[in-house]
Every structure is written in structure tokens, then in C-alpha cells.
Design a binder for this molecule. Structure first.
Ligand code: AGP
Length: 607
């Protein structure tokens, strides 16, 4: 996934573009660049590495002007390098393009263009776009872009500027997100709302197959046939401070610490006089009562949340539930009968594999309910109904608050279905909701003293491998803890169902590899104790996550991180906190960029 920005107005364009790219850097950060038109001349500056490299370069030789486009990259075709960085230009270097997406037929297009004499400088798929536009430029910039994108197969969100029509930005969209920010005598383009927030909260959302012609005073949206499309501007509620680190060193720690208040806010929004309300769900109770099978498909952390939800949906709503990673689900030719509901879980709402899974499900005429954080995302818009997790913008690449918000939404949904199906008594629902309401206070208490976690981080930050074990409803958290650690500290970590460990992986035990055992007091606690003893018998280093006051676990562990007691079925909302903090403090100790880990992007909008 990449971030693209555009600006036309009365400000010094370099600064506007750089600030916008800074807010989009979480989408990809292996290289970046901008192009502007200043006194009728196109200039381009691009750099390998983080945005700081580009910033430093522009400090010396700013490009200037009042119109420009910018890009921050997560490489798909062509390694991270200056020549592969965007913007890309035509042969004459009179027009520039930035692109987010994948051009599937770029090889054929490139061969055809080279045969016509076009000179290519990069290995990217994107570079075919400016050369295609150049082919049709005699028809005017807008028509040239329309014809060019008409030949592209794949996903794109592009911004185009040209010396020949230097008062406008042409934007085109298909499959990748792009929004237009509406200002006074200035307009903005960005991959998502966060980049335009410092300037405006009034936006227009471009839909697939649309083109926008933007000048400092006007924005006209048209379809690929050239017909004008009317689109209502929307005002976003998000505020600039929502995407500011404040006093935190990294967004990840801010977002970990936001979880108690966030969960409290979600509960207050979703519970009205004891009823669970999902205003945006758009699926009738009559339909939901007929659902006999649920298929959950998601990626990464969202997949882990789906694995937890399976326990709740089967236990409380008595609905058979399958969980799959989207990248597998989408190619499995899944069997779907009429009584199947698909749950797609995605924080960003732009994950290509999950989106493809939704389209696969809808091609089999099943209804899709998405659990999303970004309301205007592609996944949200292509689903039959949505349950917003209301986590606010999550900037850190490693997902934390979105995970717990997903768990709360999924837990409430399971109780909602249980009530609908009369598979859980009313008094039990009340007890469950009371237990859920206690979670924010428990998390707040734990966050007040991170010393034990920091001590573990200081003791084990230099280990080369970690193992995470959990059972039952806490098994997905073993996977989540391993993912958090590997994606920000680059330490090899693996999560396992604790009961499975003896079937081979226990051979990995040695005296240096920490084994994180998630062992809260629950129905499988005795089994978990046995697993911990099996590890201890082989001199393994055991870090246990245990219920406060559990001296038994403390006595058989090298380190113990106590968490407050809660209702056992929602313990993943609590046991995940030390795992998030352990990963965070280890990565900080190692000196890594926690918010922008290497090779990653916040949302993977490519296959
Ligand atoms: C989680 O920390 C990772 N950044 C990643 O696994 C992420 O959960 C996954 O890419 C899914 O993203 P989504 O929820 O936006 O679809």
C-alpha cells in the first residue's frame, strides 16, 4: 500500500505535500517523492528511505509553486530505490504521476510503449501510466488520463499534473482509496482523511471508475464516459489531535494506553437500556435469526480476533463458525448456502485479500457483515452491513487498540445473536455485560504499573526466538503476541496451541528461548499448568501471564506478569495487554522505529 497526496491552491506546495505525506507515511515508507509545477515548469524530487530523506533534500532545494503531487511508497514492483520512487514522468518530463495500487497488465503495456519509442527509467508497474497519458495528450489532459486508465487492468488511485495544463490535478480511482479535501481557494487529494485534516474536514469521496478534475476553486467528478457525477460533500468528525502522538514516543504506546477509555466508549455507544444496538448493521433480525453458519475471513491481527469470536459465536449463539485467513479463503472456492453469513474483519477496510474474500462471498449470494474501523473504506462500502469498531484512527502499523475494539464488537455481536436465538438466558446476558463493563477499569489498573513487563523486556530483548503458548479462548492471543513481537522487533516468534506443543514443537525448548505462557484462571487452567511444567521440566525459560495472586504459576515460572481477574470468556481482552507492551518495550530497547517497522505497511492493499 502507498500514500498519495495532491494540492492546488495558494500555499507553498512543498510544505503542504510534505505534511500530507508525513500523515500517510504509515501506509508505506521505503521511498518518497514530490512533483510540482512552478512558473510553468515541472520539477521532481524523490528519495530512497524514510520521508526525512526527502524533507532534508527539499530543505536545500525546494521545488516551489502552488500545485503538486506526492507519494510515499511500499514497494510492490521494483526494489525500494530513488529511480523506482514516485512520481514518475513521461519521456518529455512534462507530466508526472503518483499511484497507489497494482497494474496487472503493465508488462504488455510497457512492451507496447517501448516499441513505440518510449524510454523507461524504473522497474515499476506505475511508470506505464505517464507514458500512456503521453500517447493521448493531444486530446487534452483529462481525456488522455481517461483513455490511459481505460487500458489499465488492476487497482489504481492516481494523481496527474502536467505543464501543459498547469492549473489542474487529474485524479482517477479504481480499487484503491482516494479522497478530495475541499478548502477555500484550495483543494487537496489524499489516500485517506488523516492527510487533509490539518486543512479541512469537508471531503468528497471518489468511487471506482471515476475521474476528478481539480483546480484551486473547482472540483468536478466524472465517470469514465465523461459524464459529470454529482457527489455530496461530507464533513468528517475526526479531529487533527486524533492523529497526533501527544507526549507519547510512538503512536503504538498511545494506542495501547487508549484502550481502556476506548472500550468504555464503545460499550456506552452500543448498550441502550440493556439492549445491544448496531445501528449500521443493515441486516434484519428476521434474516439474522435464519443464519445457521458463519464464515469469518480476515488477515493478521484481525484474523486472530476472528478466531476468538468463533468461541463466542458457537458458545452463545450456537452458530457453526469457521475462521479463515483471507488469502486462503479467497482461492478455496468456499461452499456457501443461503443461510451462511460472512463476517469480514478489517481495521483499515482496504486489505486486498479480505476485499477479495468479500467479493468471493457475494458472488455466491451470501450476505457480508464487516467489522471495520474505517467507515468510508472500500470493504465497508462493499458490504451488506457493517459494525464499526469505533477505535478512532490507528496509526501504529502494529495493531493494538483495533484488536481489542474488534473483540468488544464481536463479543457484543455474539451476545446479540444469542439473545435473538434464545440460546442465552437474559440474566446471563446481563451478567456478561456487567463483566464487560468492568474491563476498562481492569486495563487502567494494569497500565499503571508496567514495571514487570519492562523488566522482562530488559531481560529478554536480545533473545533470537520466542514461543507463545495459549489454550482455548486464549490460544489466538498466543498468535497475536507472537505477531506483535515479530513485526516490530524482528525477533522470530511463534504462537502455538499449548496442547499441541508436545506433538513436536517442544523439541525447540532450550535454556535461552523465552516461552510466554498465557495462563489466566479459566476452565483450561489445569491443562495450562501441566504444559508449563512440561516446559519447565526441560529447563525452558517461562514468562507466564497469570491471574493476580496466582502463586502456583509464579512458583513454576521464571517470570510472571499478573493481570487482573475478569470473566474468563473475555480474558483475551486483558491478557493481550502485557503481550502488546512486551513487544513494544523490547522493540524500543532494540532502538527500532516501532510505528514504522521495516517491510510493513499499515494496510496491505495488494495481493
Ligand atoms: C497487525 O499488527 C498487522 N499490522 C497486520 O497483520 C494487520 O492486522 C493485517 O494486515 C490486517 O489488516 P486489516 O485489519 O486492516 O485488514
Amino acid at each position: 500500500m502507498c500514500g498519495i497526496v495532491g494540492y492546488v491552491g495558494n500555499k507553498f506546495v512543498d510544505s503542504v505535500l510534505l505534511v500530507g505525506l508525513e500523515r500517510l507515511e504509515y501506509r508505506g515508507y521505503d521511498s518518497s517523492g514530490i512533483a510540482t509545477i512552478n512558473t510553468g515548469e515541472l520539477s521532481v524530487c524523490k528519495k530512497k528511505g524514510k520521508l526525512k530523506m526527502l524533507n532534508d533534500c527539499l530543505k536545500e532545494t525546494g521545488l516551489g509553486g502552488n500545485i503538486g503531487i506526492g507519494h510515499t511508497r511500499w514497494a510492490t514492483h521494483g526494489e525500494p530505490s530513488e529511480k523506482n520512487a514516485h512520481p514518475h514522468t513521461d519521456c518529455g518530463k512534462h507530466l508526472a504521476v503518483v499511484h497507489n495500487g497494482i497494474i496487472e497488465n503493465y508488462q504488455q503495456l510497457k512492451e507496447r510503449l517501448i516499441a513505440k519509442g518510449h524510454i523507461f527509467e524504473s522497474e515499476t508497474d506505475t511508470e506505464v501510466i505517464p507514458h500512456l497519458i503521453e500517447e493521448y495528450l493531444y486530446e487534452g489532459l483529462e481525456n488522455a488520463v481517461r483513455k490511459a486508465v481505460g487500458e489499465i487492468k488492476g487497482s489504481y488511485a492516481i494523481c496527474v499534473i502536467s505543464e501543459k495544463e498547469s492549473d489542474k490535478i487529474i485524479v482517477a480511482k479504481n480499487g484503491s482509496p482516494i479522497i478530495i479535501g475541499l478548502g477555500k481557494n484550495e483543494n487537496f487529494v489524499a489516500s485517506d482523511i488523516t492527510a487533509v485534516l490539518p486543512h479541512t474536514r469537508d471531503i468528497l469521496i471518489l468511487e471506482d471508475g471515476e475521474i476528478a478534475v481539480i483546480t484551486e476553486k473547482t472540483t468536478v467528478i466524472k465517470n469514465l464516459q465523461g459524464a459529470v457525477v454529482s457527489r455530496q460533500a461530507e464533513s468528517v468528525s475526526m479531529k487533527a489531535q486524533d492523529i497526533d502522538k501527544g507526549d507519547y514516543k510512538f503512536f503504538m504506546l498511545k494506542e495501547i494506553c487508549e484502550q481502556p477509555a476506548l472500550i468504555e466508549g464503545i460499550i456506552n455507544s452500543r448498550l441502550k437500556n440493556g439492549l445491544i444496538v448496531f445501528d449500521e448493521m443493515n441486516l434484519s433480525n428476521k434474516y439474522l435469526a435464519r443464519v445457521k453458519r458463519i464464515v469469518i475471513q480476515a488477515c493478521g491481527t484481525s484474523w486472530h480476533a476472528g478466531m476468538v469470536a468463533k468461541y463466542w459465536l458457537e458458545k452463545y449463539a450456537h452458530i457453526h463458525t469457521e475462521v479463515d485467513v483471507s488469502s486462503e479463503f479467497r482461492y478455496r472456492n468456499p461452499i456457501a448456502e443461503g443461510d451462511t453469513l460472512m463476517l469480514a474483519i478489517s481495521q483499515s477496510g482496504e486489505t486486498a485479500d479480505t476485499l477479495a474474500g468479500i467479493r468471493e462471498g457475494k458472488s455466491k449470494f451470501i450476505k457480508v457483515l464487516s467489522i471495520v474501523n474505517v467507515m468510508k473504506s472500500t470493504i465497508a462500502r462493499e458490504s451488506d452491513g457493517i459494525i464499526p469498531i469505533m477505535a478512532g484512527p490507528e496509526i501504529g502499523v502494529a495493531s493494538t487498540k483495533a484488536y481489542t475494539a474488534q473483540l468488544v464488537a464481536l463479543y457484543l455481536f455474539a451476545l446479540y445473536l444469542g439473545r435473538l436465538n434464545y440460546t442465552i438466558p437474559e440474566d446471563e446476558i446481563k451478567t456478561k455485560l456487567d463483566g464487560l463493563k468492568a474491563i476498562p477499569g481492569l486495563l487502567n489498573g494494569f497500565l499503571k504499573s508496567q514495571d514487570t513487563v519492562i523488566k522482562c523486556a530488559n531481560e529478554y530483548f536480545d533473545r533470537k526466538n520466542f514461543i507463545f503458548l495459549g489454550r482455548g479462548i486464549n490460544f489466538p492471543n498466543a498468535l497475536e503476541g507472537a505477531l506483535k513481537l515479530k513485526e516490530i522487533s524482528y525477533i522470530h516468534s511463534t504462537g502455538y496451541p499449548a496442547g499441541e506443543f508436545k506433538h513436536g514443537p517442544i523439541a525447540l525448548i532450550n535454556e535461552t528461548t523465552p516461552v510466554v505462557c498465557i495462563a489466566p484462571k479459566d476452565e483450561l487452567y489445569p491443562k495450562m499448568v501441566s504444559n508449563i511444567q512440561e516446559v519447565g521440566a526441560r529447563k525452558g525459560r517461562i514468562i507466564s501471564v497469570a491471574t493476580e495472586g496466582d502463586d502456583r504459576i509464579a512458583g513454576i515460572s521464571s517470570n510472571v506478569i499478573f493481570v487482573p481477574e475478569c470473566q474468563e470468556d473475555i480474558s483475551p481482552m486483558v491478557t493481550v495487554l502485557p503481550l502488546q507492551l512486551l513487544a513494544y518495550h523490547i522493540a524500543v530497547k532494540l532502538g527500532y522505529d516501532v510505528d514504522k517497522p521495516r517491510n510493513l505497511a499499515k494496510s496491505v492493499t495488494v495481493e
